[in-house]
Write a protein that binds this ligand. Structure first.
Ligand code: B12
Length: 388
């Protein structure tokens, strides 16, 4: 995460800042640089009217507060913005959208982040927001397709925990009970909760609600060790992925942002330079790439391409496009997780219509995106245009 701040050149990552702040050891010069980048970037986004989704505003606010700065008063040169007011407005829009259409403007992961942030920072929550989040939990809305999203449930459980006990929040008792049970249902024998990338957030949710989690139902040590072994296997080389497990590994949760004592920090983190992985002879592999319009069935096209072993999936897409530009053209959007596949041929993902390009290996959904997933020889990768 520290290296990503100094080398990325891309937009600053608020989730990485929260993680660095919640860690016990610090590299204060890097945290200072990232804090400044976040402030400038927030101001630029507001000034230029760039896309600034509610959850992203929440993460920026949480990050700035985690450095003991006031997100309601972010300034750079002669510009000044109030991120809390913006967050309250964005959450109000999400609530209105849910009331009108039954779906949030973005998704329930972000609505939960919004409620969590306003609560942790002890700011006023828009009317009905807690009630709406409770209802969503009770009506099983934390889903993409048919699957319960552990990540979403985990952030919702943190938000509900935070607001529990405040006036007019009686609904949180049954909502928490429901969501925690759904998360506990996803605990696997090896300690993974959901998948490896939701495990960190799930540990936070279960730890923050430990009084409601029967100890026979979850072995925290096992989940923590599973994360540590996954780090050694290289599953967390993406800084965004690393940022979502760090709080749990430091035995903290996002709720602890309100308790940070910045004056006590010491810059005691020794940053080691990672040596490049040993160079193995790169051999070519063959990957079948299949693009399917799963909604209106306007096309179903496949091609075999050859890439070097260890290449990320995006190389396969590029090869296919180079071979047949008309059939395999594609576009991506950069996100904190890496490139998100948004368009293939003439079909573009849309939040409004809740369509996206799902990635699969055969019939199994991939656990990573095109920037991180490394296909194997003879693997069949499917990009399927579908709805969530
Ligand atoms: C909501 C969500 C989605 C939605 C996003 C659209 C929407 N309007 O809601 C949909 C259903 C489209 C989606 C798709 C996918 N997702 Co998703 N998603 C999430 C979730 C639950 C919340 C994201 C969010 O809103 N974050 C908060 C906002 C403020 O941050 P943001 O960076 O602006 O959010 C955007 C990006 O995160 C982007 N996004 C969402 N998922 C993914 C996945 C990848 C690989 C990339 C590059 C970007 C991306 O969409 C967000 C909204 O615009 C996260 C959970 C998590 N722990 O982060 C998983 C998560 C990020 N997704 C994941 C995965 C694997 C995918 C898919 C690859 C699944 C698949 N097999 O097809 C696809 C992406 C395929 C592609 N086309 O490239 C993994 C990523 C793990 C990793 N190491 O890479 C996560 C962590 C879930 C998990 N535990 O497995 N996702």
């Amino acid at each position: 995460m520290v290296h990503s701040v100094n080398s990325s050149g891309g937009p600053p990552n608020p989730s990485v800042h929260v993680a660095l702040r919640l860690a016990r050891d610090h590299h204060l010069p890097t945290e200072g640089v990232l804090l400044q980048q976040l402030k400038v970037s927030a101001i630029e986004k507001v000034k230029h009217g760039d896309n600034f989704s509610s959850g992203l505003v929440a993460l920026y606010s949480l990050a700035i507060a985690a450095s003991c700065n006031n997100p309601a008063n972010v300034s750079y040169k002669e510009d000044r913005i109030d991120l809390i007011e913006i967050l309250q407005e964005k959450l109000t829009e999400e609530i209105k959208h849910i009331v009108n259409t039954t779906f949030p403007l973005t998704n329930y992961y972000q609505v939960s982040l919004d409620v969590l942030t306003l609560c942790v920072l002890e700011r006023e929550l828009p009317q009905d927001s807690v009630q709406i989040l409770c209802e969503a939990a009770m009506k099983d809305k934390f889903k993409y397709g048919k699957e319960f999203s552990v990540d979403t449930g985990a952030v919702a459980a943190l938000a509900l925990r935070c607001v529990k006990g405040k006036p007019n929040t009686q609904c949180t008792f049954s909502a928490l009970h429901k969501v925690l049970n759904q998360i506990l249902h996803q605990v696997k024998d090896d300690g993974i909760i959901g998948n490896i990338y939701s495990t960190g957030l799930a540990i936070q949710a279960l730890s923050a609600n430990s009084d409601l989690v029967p100890s026979v139902q979850w072995n925290k040590t096992k989940s923590m060790y599973r994360l540590l072994s996954a780090i050694r296997e290289g599953s967390f080389s993406n800084p965004q992925a690393a940022s979502q497990i760090t709080p749990s590994l430091e035995c903290r949760t996002y709720l602890d942002v309100r308790e940070l004592n910045c004056t006590a920090d010491r810059s005691n983190l020794t940053v080691t330079t990672t040596s490049p992985p040993p160079t193995t002879q790169a051999v070519p592999i063959t990957v079948e790439y299949n693009i399917v319009d799963g909604l209106t069935h306007s096309f179903n096209d496949a091609v075999n391409v050859s890439v070097l072993a260890g290449s990320p999936l995006i190389r396969v897409l590029e090869k296919a496009r180079d071979l047949y530009p008309d059939r395999f053209s594609f576009n991506v959007t950069s996100t904190q997780w890496g490139p998100l596949l948004t368009t293939v041929r003439n079909l573009t993902a849309s939040t409004e219509n809740r369509t996206y390009w799902q990635l699969l290996s055969g019939t199994e959904p991939l656990g990573q995106g095109i920037g991180d997933y490394k296909p194997k020889d003879e693997e069949r990768i499917v990009a399927n245009y579908t709805q969530y």
